[in-house]
Design a binder for this molecule. Structure first.
Ligand code: FO1
Length: 309
C-alpha cells in the first residue's frame, strides 16, 4: 500500500515515523509556509523536522532541530551584536549552509531536499509542497506578521484573525506531488495544525484539486485530544477561527477533502457530529510518544480509515 501524507512539523514528523515504522511505502508532502531567510540562510523548519525525525537525528523533547546540538554559532552571533532571535544549532547550521548554497546555484528545493534525505539515509520521499516561494502570514490584533516572527519572536502570543499564504496564487505543486496523489492507495493528513501546517499545502491550487479529485480514500488525523493540542496553538486557533475545538470543527477545515477523521477516545462522544458531516469517525488513541502507541495509530489509519470508500 502506497500512502501519501500531507504533513507539517512535529505532528507530521511523528505520524510519518509511525507509518514508516509500520513498514509502509510513504511519500511525504511537506509544508513550506514556515520557511524563512535568517542569518543569510534559507531555513525550512517543517522539512527539517521531518527529515531529522525520519533520520533518527531529531530532538524529540524540543520537537525541532537536532539532538545533541550545540549553540556556538548562535552565541557568537549574539556576542557580535546580531539579533539572534531564531535558535539555529551548530549541526543544523551545517545543513542550512548546504541547502542555501544549492538554492543559490539554482537547484530547486525539491532536488536539494532529495539529496539531503539521501545523504541522511532517509528513503521516504520528502516532497516540499512547492518549489516556488510560499510564505505564511498571520493577521493579528497587533498587526500582520510573517509566520516565524509571530511564532518564535512573539512566542505566538497574539490571537490569529486570519492566515494568508503569500505566493499561493502562482505556486505550482513540486515535481512528483500530483503524481504521488494520483497513484496513492491512501491519502492521509497528519495530525498537524490545520491552519498553519496543512492549509499552506492546500493553498497550492494543483494540490487542492488533486485531493478533491482523488480516487483513493483520504483520512485526516485530528491534532486535538480532548479539545486540546498536544503542542502549539492549534486549539486556540480552532476556537477563534472555526468556533470550537471538537472533532467536527477539525473536520470543517477539511470539507470535501477527507472521507474519514481519526479521533482520540477522549473525543469519542463527538463521533456522531463528525459522521453527520458525511465523514466517518475512527476512534483510536492518537498520542504518539511511545513506539507501541505509534504502531496502533498507524495500523488504525491503514486498516480502518483506509477502508472507507
Ligand atoms: N521554534 C521556536 O520556538 N524557537 C526557535 O528559536 C526555533 C528555531 C528553529 C530552528 C530551526 C528549525 O528547523 C525550527 C525552529 N523552531 C523554533 C521551530 C519552528 O519555528 C517551527 O516552524 C514551528 O515549531 C512550527 O512548526
Amino acid at each position: 500500500m502506497n500512502v501519501v501524507v500531507l504533513a507539517g512539523g512535529v505532528g507530521g514528523a511523528r505520524f510519518l515515523r509511525a507509518l514508516t515504522e509500520a513498514g509502509r511505502d510513504v511519500t511525504a508532502v511537506v509544508n513550506v509556509g514556515d520557511d524563512l531567510d535568517v542569518y543569510g540562510l534559507r531555513v525550512c523548519p517543517d522539512l527539517d523536522t521531518v527529515l531529522y525525525t525520519l533520520a533518527g537525528l531529531g530532538d524529540d523533547e524540543r520537537g525541532w532541530g537536532r539532538a545533541n546540538e550545540t549553540w556556538h554559532a548562535l552565541e557568537t552571533l549574539r556576542e557580535l551584536g546580531a539579533d539572534g532571535w531564531f535558535a539555529l544549532g551548530d549541526r543544523d547550521v551545517g545543513l542550512q549552509l548546504v541547502r542555501t548554497e544549492a538554492l543559490r546555484r539554482g537547484d530547486p528545493l525539491s532536488g536539494v531536499t532529495a539529496r539531503l534525505a539521501a545523504a541522511l539515509r532517509v528513503s521516504t520521499p520528502l516532497l516540499p509542497a512547492t518549489d516556488d516561494q510560499l510564505r505564511t502570514w498571520v493577521e493579528t490584533p497587533a498587526g500582520a506578521f510573517a509566520f516565524q516572527e509571530w511564532y518564535v519572536r512573539r512566542g505566538h502570543r497574539d490571537d490569529v484573525d486570519a492566515v494568508r499564504f503569500e505566493g499561493a496564487e502562482t505556486a505550482r505543486p513540486a515535481p512528483g506531488v500530483v503524481e504521488a496523489l494520483a497513484a496513492a492507495d491512501l491519502i492521509a493528513i497528519a495530525p498537524s495544525n490545520p491552519y498553519l501546517s496543512i492549509a499552506p499545502i492546500l493553498s497550492v491550487a494543483g494540490i487542492r484539486s488533486a485531493l478533491e479529485q482523488r480516487r483513493a480514500p483520504a483520512v485526516a488525523v485530528s491534532p486535538l485530544i480532548g479539545g486540546r493540542a498536544v503542542k502549539g496553538p492549534a486549539a486556540r486557533m480552532l476556537e477563534r477561527l472555526a468556533g470550537g475545538t471538537t472533532p467536527a470543527h477539525v473536520a470543517s477545515c477539511y470539507a470535501g477533502l477527507v472521507d474519514a477523521l481519526v479521533i482520540d477516545p477522549a473525543d469519542a462522544d463527538e463521533a456522531g457530529a463528525v459522521e453527520a458531516l458525511g465523514i466517518r469517525a475512527v476512534v483510536v488513541p492518537t498520542l504518539m510518544d511511545e513506539p507501541a502507541q505509534r504502531r496502533r495509530l498507524a495500523e488504525a489509519v491503514l486498516e480502518r480509515a483506509g477502508a472507507v470508500v
